[in-house]
Ligand binder design. Structure first.
Ligand code: HEM
Ligand SMILES: *[C@@H]1O[C@H](CO)[C@@H](O)[C@H](O)[C@H]1NC(C)=O
Ligand SMILES: *[C@@H]1O[C@H](CO)[C@@H](O)[C@H](O)[C@H]1NC(C)=O
Ligand SMILES: *[C@@H]1O[C@H](CO)[C@@H](O)[C@H](O)[C@H]1NC(C)=O
Ligand SMILES: *[C@@H]1O[C@H](CO)[C@@H](O)[C@H](O)[C@H]1NC(C)=O
Ligand SMILES: *[C@@H]1O[C@H](CO)[C@@H](O)[C@H](O)[C@H]1NC(C)=O
Length: 384
């Protein structure tokens, strides 16, 4: 444990203790988005104010190795532990690569996805800062990998206490493979019916394995299902991109690193069940042989091209949204995310909140795969 994280947990402990007695408690990992200026003043005043550290570097040793090791045993979740919509992060928390309670700093997440799954540095930073900007607590530098289940004693509930990766439509989105759409209620728990379809498609198109061919058909199927059944289906950026990217993750990250040609070989259903349902590495699991962000998203998209859009007036009214980013305009993914999504959540931040927004937006921009220069950096809150 570094000095920094000791410091952080100390503060987290203090704020947890004080939250037990305070009437207007506020978990130190809840997002501050949507709070009024008065509420912000009140809450920010007693939150630990953390200067966001630079992201951790790429791995020194970046080859394959056993990651389900003695130092990282799987343990069942305890009362109060948080898990969410991402089987990758859930698994890392249940093996102790992330804090087992499911609340982490962006740096801890970046370190964990690199160490535990050999996710490439830029991908790890891109996904983590995107998630943190919209779902994390930008003052305390903490993000929950799920919802807000540890919220206690808030009476009456402040209007917009949200946060964590379950938060709908900023990062979490519709048309997931094994999680239901937000419209149907539970948007983050493992859904056995959907997983049965995952198995059915793996049998039909991948010979019993989830591979690139399975991913292509299942992604198309899930989009068609959402169009036909979810009147509020939203498939605009950023969900448009994360959906295709996440379709590549099971054969990229959940297949043993000693296997070659992994996108074709694919993930078997016993191991898939462990990751998706139980947040558990298979016995003797080795991480991928090289840092990767997952490949094949564009191939999956190209097999059944679909516009970024949404159901505008009930089911089966899917309409393209020309203002959304898509594969023909990736730069807009960055610009809209910063100028619309983040700015919409935090229209007028001041003080430490503004400072930390600026710092995290900088880390996010540096991770952007389009590269500096191709897409000019935006400064919705000025500079420090
Ligand atoms: C780097 C930080 C990461 C963040 C912030 C993150 C966040 C998320 C979120 C919010 C979702 C839900 C999206 C949705 O379906 O609505 C998701 C889904 C997913 N994530 Fe992650 N993730 C990260 C890394 C990883 C890693 C390393 C893996 C694999 C080892 C992974 C595998 C997946 C998969 C397979 C899904 C799709 C689940 C489904 O469609 O049922 N993620 N992630
Ligand atoms: C992996 O590590 C080697 C040796 O340090 C380095 O040369 C290589 O660039 C790294 N690969 C990636 C993708 O970072
Ligand atoms: C899905 O996410 C939204 C956040 O927008 C939340 O209000 C809702 O409670 C979530 N659904 C469930 C069943 O947790
Ligand atoms: C799981 O998903 C199916 C298909 O979308 C849905 O009908 C069912 O209600 C969901 N189950 C739960 C427990 O949310
Ligand atoms: C499941 O994962 C283990 C550990 O990575 C691996 O050795 C095994 O081959 C996988 N099972 C199948 C059927 O691919
Ligand atoms: C982003 O918003 C700023 C104002 O906050 C504006 O000056 C800038 O032109 C916008 N950028 C784009 C590319 O629309």
């Amino acid at each position: 444990m570094t000095l920094n994280s000791t410091f952080l947990s100390l503060f987290a402990l203090i704020s947890l203790l004080s939250s037990l007695s305070a009437t207007s408690s506020f978990p130190s990992y809840s997002s501050l988005a949507g709070l009024s200026e008065r509420e912000l003043d009140e809450v920010v005043a007693w939150l630990p104010q953390v200067l966001p550290p630079s992201p951790p570097p790429p791995l020194k040793f970046n080859g394959t190795k056993l990651v389900n090791d003695r130092d990282h045993p799987w343990k069942p979740i305890r009362k109060g532990d948080i898990r969410g919509p991402c089987p990758g992060l859930n698994t890392l928390a249940s093996h102790g690569y992330l804090p087992r309670d499911g609340v982490a700093t962006p740096s801890q997440i970046i370190e964990a996805v690199q160490e535990g799954f050999n996710m490439a540095s830029a991908t790890a930073r891109f996904a983590t800062y995107a998630a943190h900007l919209v779902d994390g607590n930008l003052v305390t530098d903490l993000l929950s990998i799920g919802g807000k289940t540890r919220r206690t004693g808030v009476d009456p509930p402040p209007p917009a206490i949200v946060g964590g990766l379950n938060t709908h439509s900023v990062f979490e989105g519709d048309s997931s493979m094994t999680r239901g759409d937000d419209f149907f209620g539970d948007n983050h728990s493992f859904n056995q019916t959907l997983f049965d379809q995952f198995v059915e498609y793996s049998n039909k198109y991948g010979g019993g394995f989830y591979n690139l061919a399975t991913a292509t058909e299942l992604r198309h199927r899930r989009i068609q299902e959402s169009i036909a059944t979810n009147p509020q289906f939203d498939f605009t950026s950023p969900r448009f991109f994360t959906a295709f990217a996440e379709s590549t993750f099971p054969y990229t990250f959940f297949v043993d690193g000693r296997i070659s040609d992994r996108a074709t070989a694919g993930l078997d259903m016993t191991n898939a069940t462990l990751f998706f349902r139980d947040s558990k590495y298979p016995l003797d699991f080795w991480r991928p042989p090289a840092p990767t962000g997952g490949t094949g998203a564009l191939q999956i998209f190209s097999a059944y091209p679909v516009a970024a859009g949404r159901n505008v007036d009930g089911v089966n009214t899917f309409t393209p949204d020309p203002t959304s980013a898509d594969f023909s305009n990736i730069c807009l993914l960055y610009t809209n995310f910063v100028n619309k999504t983040v700015k919409g959540l935090y229209p007028n931040p001041t003080g430490v909140l503004r400072r930390n927004l600026i710092i995290n937006l900088g880390y996010f921009y540096n991770a952007f795969p389009g590269g500096v220069g191709e897409c000019p950096e935006q400064f919705p809150y000025g500079t420090l």
